[in-house]
Ligand binder design. Structure first.
Ligand SMILES: Nc1ncnc2c1ncn2[C@@H]1O[C@H](COP(=O)(O)OP(=O)(O)OP(=O)(O)O)[C@@H](O)[C@H]1O
Ligand SMILES: [Mg+2]
Length: 249
């Protein structure tokens, strides 16, 4: 039987009182899954996962992590609870070396555990090992995302939540990021992912939701969601999901 790791129930959240941006959204992520949240610009995808991560005030609903209610947990306690959030930007310390970025991220680990865990991250991401003394700000966009993900993974999260990890990357690095996420899932990590790059995200995902105006309007198996006419309709008659040969969606 599948085990629900993240259970978001009827969530309402927003930046100002009385102005909900997330409007009763419900999504679940089972252990070992990659779940993708798609949706038009401004649908509230970032707001939804930021609310889950404790970064946007929640006015209704619940967030359960492994059955524990974390709805009211402040963002800085999420790591300890097992939820690692990788924001779209500003997800590394650019002036610090790669190694120091990883050391800082070890925060909640036992001090004696940290070196071995950093070594594991270097084994998983050889690019980072090669550049351990470079400032994070000097990495390529793709490597910087790698570092952001390594920082999140280092504390063995129950769920890794990412906001558009492929945004702004050249096609080569886009594939690199998705290959990396696929490998991370194979290593047993559960992933919730918001993406504009629908084609690539659905290719590695298990299930996907389409969020429109702050609520999930459709849910399906990632591999078939692409061709679901309902999805095109939800994108207001556009067809942003249609794949271009070899190109980004
Ligand atoms: N910090 C903020 N303060 C106030 N309103 C915000 C803030 N961030 C986002 N919003 C508003 O919330 C709505 C949803 O934005 P959000 O960034 O969650 O959408 P999104 O689906 O992630 O869009 P995109 O595809 O462009 O990333 C928008 O109307 C936006 O203007
Ligand atoms: Mg967004």
């Amino acid at each position: 039987m599948s085990q629900t790791v993240l259970d978001v129930r009827d969530l309402e959240a927003g930046y100002e009182p009385g102005v909900p941006i997330v409007r009763g959204a419900s999504i679940t992520v089972d252990k070992g899954e990659i779940v993708v949240v798609l949706g038009p610009n401004g649908a509230g995808k970032s707001s939804l996962i930021k609310a889950v991560a404790g970064l946007v005030p929640i006015s209704r609903g619940k967030v359960l992590l492994d059955g524990n209610d974390i709805t009211a947990a402040p963002a800085h306690t999420m790591v300890r609870l097992g939820l690692a959030f990788v924001p779209q930007t500003e997800n590394v310390f650019p002036l610090m070396s790669v190694e120091d970025n990883l050391k800082v991220a070890c925060g909640i680990l036992e001090r004696r555990e940290a070196p071995a865990r950093i070594a594991e991250m270097y084994a998983m991401f050889p690019d980072l090992a090669r550049q351990k003394r470079s400032a994070a700000g000097n990495l390529s966009g793709g490597q910087r995302q790698m570092l952001a993900v390594a920082r999140a993974l280092i504390i063995h999260p129950k769920v890794l939540v990412l906001d558009e990890p492929s945004a702004g990357l050249s096609p080569k690095f886009v594939s690199m990021v998705f290959e990396m996420l696929s490998a991370i899932r194979k290593s047993g990590v559960t992933i919730l992912l918001v993406e504009q790059n629908a084609k690539a995200a659905l290719a590695i995902g298990d299930r996907a939701y389409v969020l429109v105006e702050g609520k999930e309007r459709h849910e399906g198996v990632a591999s078939t969601l692409w061709d679901d006419p309902v999805v095109a309709e939800l994108y207001l008659g556009q067809r942003p999901l249609k794949p271009e040969a070899g190109g980004a969606a």
